[in-house]
Design a protein. Structure first.
Lengths: 241, 400
């Protein structure tokens, strides 16, 4: 696996709409991300950063070009295969938390395990452990509505990591949070990247949040405008440009 | 996994309990209608059959016109005394040949009066019907020739005489003064639900002259001797009557001779028609109920677009989401079905009590109703469930 980039986009373009109304969200993007990286993606709205995230997350498919995971092209993947990719490789954290309402924290965290067919008892145990990791021990029974924004995002992170994914995809994870809480959440994400070696790909539009990433990608008009290593210790990161 | 799905479905349903209840109301009403109908129908049929078998299998009914709904023999020629005599003389193996004219009249005794059924016949009627007397006697020959004499049923006795022994008392039937010579044994309700004991029996001649205003006979009840084939008697009577009524070869009978099983078939025939009609009404109601479920499932899918997006994003397969919503729809309709079955049985229980027929539940129809309601869930839940399953996760997550 060392030979391959962990995640790779090869000449990926994505357009929406038809004819005159066509919007080119991504234009010939080449990108390669290795295992264990912490990549921050920035760019103005409409720059294609979210589209890139969606393609990496298997939620969207490129109009042209190749998206490869561990060297395997996903172009021929069916919807079900993309789902299985998400299920087994990826964890998602969203700006709006996207927890199930009126459902307890622990049940939210269990959800991905339910679809994996993990037995109830084991599921509960794993979910409790994940909640403990994000610092929510003792709040397992709280429903979404009973938790603060920061706590909800912690539940979402626990839900993303409970399946032990290779990649954590975070789309504006602090977008709905205040500065202090944002910092706590980012510390948590950094910690997961550092201690568990989870590859983190994060979209943000805040410079100070992006600074948590070891590598910073900037998108402009659907193109990758810059790609730089931010931290000195990130020597193992390959620069592909 | 399946248990999870059921739990989830139950949670979704119980969150909107009132809405769920209103949604399934159509199914409840449809199923309840079917169950109630069939149960009451079964009870009536059982009652009719019990009644007919009690009357015996060796009884034949003869009437003008053909059997069947709407074919009462009003235009066909009625019978004459000669027909009775001819049957008695020429058809062998008969135990009783009873001409029967029916009517109803006001019956007065003492200060009391009531409207009862009045039958004009001969002693053969009591023999053919195996109807014994509780007290008194049957008609004397002079009475059979037209002298006033009456035999009354138990209900008439109870209503008009109370504790007094009626035999020997005078009674007025319409405007005929008629001494009571006998009291019939209680017989109870007939298969058609009317009270057979609310009857006054008088000699046919008297009935013809004073009540019917006629000299003809409207029906004949024959009773075959034990061991005699009713089919043989039936064909003998038919050919005799064809001859007497001068019906040419190739022309249809203008009278009918039927035994108990044919009578039963005629009666159940009407019941079947009724059941069919009500069944159609129930089917429409179930269809409407199904559409109601589909409608609310579509609303539910739209409302939960975001939830669906979350599930798809974190690794739910299309078929898992499809199953979730399908199970929800089936659970709704099955709840409706079960509620309908219970309501229907309760309803039938009440109606059966009023009609005084036995409560006969049919496991088959209950199973069918259950399966049918589940099928409604599958059929009408599939489209909304598929819509949920085929959502794009990105769009679903963006949905506000």
């Amino acid at each position: 696996m060392k030979d391959h980039a962990f995640i790779e986009l090869r000449g990926v373009s994505k357009s929406y709409g038809r004819g005159e109304a066509t919007i080119r969200a991504l234009d010939q993007v080449d990108l390669s991300i290795s295992a264990g990286e912490f990549v921050a993606i920035m760019g103005p709205s409409g720059s294609g950063k979210s589209t890139a995230m969606n393609i990496i997350g298997g939620l969207d498919i490129p109009s042209s070009g190749d998206y490869l995971v561990q060297g395997i092209a996903t172009a021929t993947f069916t919807r079900a295969q993309l789902t299985l990719l998400r299920r087994h490789m990826l964890g998602f954290v969203f700006q709006g938390f996207n927890l199930l309402s009126r459902t307890s924290a622990v049940e939210n965290v269990e959800l991905p395990l339910v679809y994996r067919g993990v037995p109830a008892r084991e599921r509960r145990l794993l979910a409790q452990r994940a909640l403990e990791q994000v610092g929510l021990k003792g709040r397992e029974r709280h429903t979404t509505q009973e938790l603060s924004g920061g706590q909800q995002q912690r539940v979402a992170i626990a839900r993303a990591i409970v399946t032990d994914p290779a990649v954590l995809l975070a789309d504006e994870p602090t977008g709905n949070l205040d500065t202090t809480t944002s910092r706590e959440i980012m510390d948590l994400i950094s910690q997961l990247n550092r201690e568990r070696g989870i590859t983190v790909i994060m979209v943000t539009h805040e410079e100070d949040i992006a600074a948590y990433g070891k590598r910073l990608l900037r998108f402009v008009d659907g193109r990758l405008a810059s790609d730089e290593i931010q931290a000195r210790e990130a020597g193992d990161v390959l620069r592909d440009r | 996994m399946f248990f999870e799905t059921v739990k989830l479905a139950w949670r979704a349903i119980s969150r909107n309990l009132l809405r769920s209840f209103l949604t399934v109301l159509g199914v409840v009403i449809g199923v309840a209608a079917v169950i109630a109908m069939v149960t009451v129908g079964n009870g009536t049929t059982a009652q009719v059959q019990a009644e007919l078998s009690r009357l015996g299998t060796n009884t034949l009914f003869v009437r003008p016109g053909q059997w069947g709904p709407g074919r009462a023999g009003t235009e066909a020629k009625r019978f004459e005394y000669g027909d009775i005599a001819a049957i008695r003389d020429q058809v062998s193996g008969l135990r009783a040949v009873a001409p029967v004219n029916r009517g109803s009249a006001t019956v007065i005794a003492g200060g009391e009066n009531r409207t009862s059924s009045v039958i004009g016949t001969t002693n053969d009627y009591l023999i053919g019907q195996d109807w014994d007397l509780a007290s008194g006697r049957s008609f004397l020959p002079g009475e059979e020739r037209g002298q006033a004499a009456c035999i009354i049923g138990e209900t008439v006795r109870r209503e008009l005489f109370g504790a007094v022994d009626p035999v020997g008392q005078p009674i007025r039937v319409s405007n005929i003064a008629c001494p009571i010579v006998g009291l019939l044994e209680a017989k109870g309700q007939s298969g058609m639900g009317d009270d057979q004991d609310d009857t006054v029996i008088m000699p046919l001649k008297l009935h013809q002259r004073r009540i019917g205003g006629t000299t003809t006979i409207s029906s004949i009840i024959l009773s075959a001797q034990d061991g005699v084939s009713t089919a043989k008697v039936q064909s003998d009577v038919e050919s005799l009557l064809r001859e007497r009524r001068r019906i040419g070869i190739g022309r249809e009978d203008d009278f009918a001779v039927a035994d108990m099983s044919q009578m039963a078939a005629a009666m159940t025939g009407t019941t079947t028609l009724l059941t069919g009609l009500l069944g159609a009404v129930a089917a429409v109601s179930l269809l409407v109920g199904g559409i109601g479920i589909m409608n609310i499932m579509l609303v539910s899918v739209t409302e939960r677009t975001r939830e669906i997006g979350i599930r798809l994003a974190i690794g739910a397969l299309e078929k898992q989401v499809l199953t979730q919503f399908l199970v929800e729809a089936v659970m709704l309709s099955v709840f409706g079905g079960v509620a309908g079955i219970l309501t229907g049985l309760a309803l039938a229980y009440g109606v059966v009590g009023l009609l005084n027929v036995p409560f006969v539940t049919s496991p088959t129809i209950i199973l069918v109703a259950f399966a049918f309601s589940a099928a409604i869930g599958v059929v009408f839940g599939y489209f909304p469930a598929r819509r949920a399953a085929q959502m794009s996760p990105i769009d679903a997550l963006r949905h506000e």
